[in-house]
Design a protein around this ligand. Structure first.
Ligand code: MN
Length: 732
């Protein structure tokens, strides 16, 4: 058991450390303030003990020692010492506020709120993450304390008597706290948290890796010593003031990599350790890189310039992997990281490096865009949908793309040109009509990649379609589309309903509505006033009824001979086409350059499709062409020879979805936005929880790919709410 005197000594150590880095405050002030918090906490926790048998106060003190690596301000240190007082002792937030002031009380209350963050399996994890995000947006310092608290608890978790409880806490750490540490660039925290989890969850592998590392220690040391000599040889005289050190991959990342690659021994990992060259300034980074590449060959694809394109959490460095650093290890690849002292500080303490001390020992964060964004976003948190996308925003890697002027824009991975447009300006997003990426026309729903140049072309007549929500990645874009759609008024629904119905009528050869909407005069034997006729169209325009249902009622009520009119429509369409030259229409465009595939040389007229390669060259293939078997389906474009597009395909698709209000409506929205004709739609309850939706769809033959895209989009839109689906082609 640790004695109080020993704990007092630890506090002396903390005070000494703080005096060392906090030069803007008087040493006496630091001494008094820290001791005041320590004594208050010690008295409050009097009589409480840890599972290890130690007095409880050892926990906040150890947590504070961990916290010090982030060079926290005085208030954060006091709050860390006091962090369990409100939750676990009779002392209240008011007591703390009276003695330590508003800021410390605020941080302690933040900790108390976060004490309710619990891991309850995948489903509930989102709620806990949400709490963390709100805390982060309110004040990052609360999260620093929380992570220090958690790290000390993990270090001492072995004292917990119940194995299932230990496991639960480890899972909570690996699913919530470690990703947060990673996101904030607190790599030392993340690595140690992960390592402690591995000890609990998979002690066998932990021990195995540790043993292997130990066995390699001697040879690793000598390798690194020699490498240092080699690098010094080429840098001396060329670069002033530099340091060389190295880092060994963390046990948890080694474990992950071994599992992923299915290998057993760490010897087979070539990024087991990395050399770091730390230099004075930016230009030295590139000078060192040049000197190194001059002497040793870099491995292609392993070079990463995180200075030009920093990681989303702000990490900057140059990484390169070279081979043959030492003659006796000719083929050994070694990673070299090149960074300035400032960048190194960031890679040690992440986001905390952005803190600036104010007078009186308080500090504030500056210059981090995504923290500011987070603040805006958390202010209007409403539904789980939002949290879902927030989670994606924060945790998936982010990409960097450029405006035509070369401005850097940071978006979540998977963002589309529409997300980009909304990021730049809401108007740009609302009226986007086309996107050019790296000077080529690019699908609006296709994901952008790192380094893309994106140019948005707008058309004031275009407005957002509700379907966009299913492919947008950023919260901002989704919210903008939703709020735009909400603003739509009655008139707009009516006009849209009329447009939709006109398309359907025209396809049947029935022309379009006249001014009086005469076709709607009598429906199902009932007379409709002009106002009521418009209401019918409004229903279609707001997606409350499907166009084909209204169409059927029109046909029945007006006793229209469908077969006859269809034939007429087809006839006139054919006539129209025969007067044209035969054009190949690719992706809806008539004048694109293309070539025919070599093996499909005999030019066929139907069942064709185009493939667009990475250079943007279009090749027309037969659909069953062998070459297409292994290509990315995303790169196929619907294609037909003009005059040969009239055939259609019929599919029956069944979706089983979890019951939710508006489910049918959103499905019709997706279909409408994709311009897919619904022949029939039947919904049927399955048990208490699910609903089955059976659709009969008719699509033009050339657009056969749309069915796959539809299924993808439905999956994306409904997520876990889609229980199952099946597809069947109907032959005639
Ligand atoms: Mn605690």
């Amino acid at each position: 058991m640790t004695q109080y005197t020993k704990i007092d000594k630890k506090v002396d150590g903390i005070i000494k450390n703080v005096k060392g880095y906090m030069k803007n405050l008087s040493p006496d002030f630091i001494d008094v303030e820290i001791r005041k918090a320590y004594i208050f906490a010690k008295e409050a926790h009097e009589g409480q003990y840890r599972k290890s048998g130690d007095p409880y106060i050892i926990h906040p003190v150890e947590a504070t020692k961990i916290l010090l690596s982030l060079k926290p301000d005085i208030y954060t240190i006091q709050s860390c010492l006091l962090h369990d007082v409100i939750e676990d002792t009779p002392r209240t937030a008011e007591d703390i506020q009276e003695i330590f002031g508003d800021e410390v009380a605020f941080l302690c209350l933040g900790m108390e709120k976060l004490s309710k963050v619990r891991y309850k399996g995948e489903q509930r994890e989102v709620g806990s993450l949400r709490k963390m995000f709100i805390a982060m947006a309110e004040d990052l310092r609360v999260v620093f304390i929380k992570l220090s608290d958690r790290l000390h608890n993990m270090r001492t978790l072995k004292f917990h008597p119940k194995p299932e409880k230990r496991e639960k806490i480890a899972l909570e750490t690996i699913n919530i706290f470690s990703p947060i540490a990673d996101r904030l660039g607190l790599y030392n925290f993340k690595n140690e948290l992960d390592q402690e989890c591995l000890k609990i969850l998979d002690i066998k592998n932990y021990k195995k890796i540790k043993k292997q590392l130990k066995e390699m220690e001697d040879s690793r040391e000598s390798f690194l010593k020699n490498v240092r000599v080699e690098i010094k040889k080429i840098l001396d005289g060329e670069v002033q003031d530099y340091e060389i050190d190295y880092r060994v991959k963390s046990i948890y990342s080694i474990h992950k990599k071994l599992t992923k690659k299915g290998i057993d021994h760490i010897e087979d990992l070539h990024d087991l350790f990395g050399i770091r060259v730390i230099v004075k300034d930016l230009s030295d980074c590139y000078r060192v890189l040049g000197l190194i590449h001059n002497k040793w060959s870099p491995l292609p694809y392993r070079f990463k310039d995180y200075i030009a394109l920093p990681k989303p959490n702000g990490y900057k460095s140059i990484h390169t992997t070279v081979i043959g650093l030492l003659k006796e290890h000719r083929k050994q690849p070694t990673e070299i990281q090149i960074k300035t002292y400032k960048m190194k500080e960031y890679s040690d303490i992440g986001v905390a490096a952005h803190f600036e001390y104010k007078e009186k020992g308080s500090s504030i964060v500056k210059d981090i865009d995504w923290i500011k964004e987070l603040k805006d976003l958390t202010q209007n948190i409403v539904d789980s949908d939002f949290i879902g996308s927030l989670k994606i925003d924060m945790f998936k890697n982010r990409i960097f793309v450029f405006t035509p002027k070369g401005d850097l824009i940071n978006l979540p991975h998977g963002s589309t040109p529409v997300d980009f447009a909304y990021y730049v300006h809401t108007e740009l997003g609302n009226h986007i009509s086309m996107a050019k990426v790296n000077d080529k026309i690019y699908p609006l729903d296709k994901e952008l990649h790192n380094g893309d140049f994106v140019d948005i072309i707008i058309d004031k007549n275009k407005i957002p379609s509700p379907f966009r929500i299913s492919f947008l990645k950023t919260v901002k874009a989704k919210n903008s589309v939703k709020s735009y759609l909400k603003k739509e008024d009655k008139e707009l629904h009516r006009e849209r309903g009329k447009d939709i119905m006109n398309k359907y009528l025209d396809k049947l050869g029935l022309g379009v509505f006249d001014k009086d909407l005469s076709l709607l005069k009598v429906i199902d034997g009932k007379k409709y006033s002009t106002e009521n006729r418009w209401t019918l169209l409004e229903e279609v325009g707001s997606f409350n009824i499907t166009p084909s249902i209204l169409l059927k009622r029109i046909i029945k009520s007006n006793k229209i001979d469908v077969k006859g009119s269809e034939a007429k429509a087809l006839d006139s369409a054919k006539k129209k086409k025969n007067t044209h030259k035969r054009k190949v229409i690719i992706g809806g465009e008539a004048n694109l350059k293309y070539t025919y595939c070599q093996c499909c040389k005999k030019q066929t007229l139907d069942a064709i499709v185009s493939h667009i390669n990475s250079k943007g060259i279009l090749t027309v293939h037969k659909r069953d062409c062998k070459i297409l078997r292994d290509v990315n389906k995303e790169r196929l474009l619907p294609t037909y020879v003009e005059g040969y597009e009239s055939q259609s395909l019929e599919f029956s698709i069944n979706f089983v979805l979890k019951n939710k209000i508006g489910m049918l409506k959103s499905l019709t929205e997706i279909l409408f936005s994709m311009d897919i004709n619904i022949e029939e739609i039947i919904s049927k309850k399955i048990g208490n929880l699910n609903t089955g939706l059976s659709l009969k769809l008719v699509i033009p033959d050339y657009d056969y790919l749309i069915i796959d895209r539809l299924i993808d989009r439905v999956k994306l839109y409904y997520g876990d709410d889609l229980v199952s689906h099946s597809l069947e082609k109907i032959m005639h």
